[in-house]
Write a protein that binds this ligand. Structure first.
Ligand code: 5RP
Length: 224
């Protein structure tokens, strides 16, 4: 067992019969989906919404019943990884490019559980580049707007020699803030920019973080 698996398997214990569950994206969320899949094979009855095409495919592989958002008004629980977690449980997410679906699912769940290895815990957010999802139309102008407001490096995310495209058909720009002193203010500022769809700051959304360790043990950090 490794740290990510320990965190994922522990968080999967929260899932109870009949629940509607949000499935995260990434190498830690992989283990939640795997463990929930094992429990479904043992007879657990749940329904889920996946936060990316990759997680949807994984859920299908494990025969976890998937529903559409239109079928339900909210979820009982969402479980997802993070790129950084600060002491107030504010997060940077979106390293895997799924931040928009992840945020939509997290804020529409009664409980949002974050799973991580100890390396994700930081005193301040911002060493990890903040992913910002922007619409492709005139994205160069959105980039100009961002650069005029923040004197930092912005990099368009690429893949296979072209611009990276999210599952929603948008682009991602990664922003090197270094230290984000006030995540709440930056969250609100970025949301106001036309052309920005959303960003990877998750402020006041996480309820609990499950940290997995290499020896298979876990610890829980509750929202302060
Ligand atoms: C994907 C995410 C992931 O949760 C985040 O990047 C952490 O991934 P991993 O568990 O692979 O380290 O936000 O958009």
């Amino acid at each position: 067992m490794n740290a990510k698996q320990a965190a994922g398997y522990k968080a999967a214990e929260w899932v109870q019969e009949g629940m509607l569950v949000g499935l995260g994206t990434g190498s830690t969320a992989y283990y939640v989906i795997e463990r929930i899949g094992q429990r479904v094979a043992e007879g657990l009855k749940i329904q889920a919404i996946a936060t990316s095409k990759a997680s949807e495919e994984l859920a299908e592989k494990y025969r976890i019943p998937l529903i559409k958002a239109a079928d339900v008004s909210k979820l009982d629980l969402a479980i997802d990884g993070a790129d950084e977690v600060d002491p107030a449980l504010a997060l940077i997410k979106g390293g895997g490019g799924a931040l928009l679906r992840e945020k939509l699912v997290a804020i529409n769940s009664d409980k949002f559980i974050v799973i991580a290895d100890p390396g994700k815990l930081v005193p301040h957010l911002g060493a990890f580049k903040l992913p910002i999802e922007i619409v492709p139309f005139c994205y160069e102008w959105t980039l100009v707007q961002l650069k005029s407001r923040y004197d930092i490096e912005f990099q368009m995310r690429t893949r296979d020699g072209g611009l990276y495209m999210t599952d929603n058909g948008n682009y991602i720009v990664d922003a090197s803030f270094g230290v984000i002193k006030d995540p709440g203010t930056l969250d609100a500022e970025l949301k106001q920019l036309t052309g920005v769809v959303d960003h990877g700051l998750f402020v006041n959304i996480a309820d609990v973080v499950v940290i997995g360790h290499e020896d298979g043990t876990t610890e829980m950090i509750e929202k302060p």
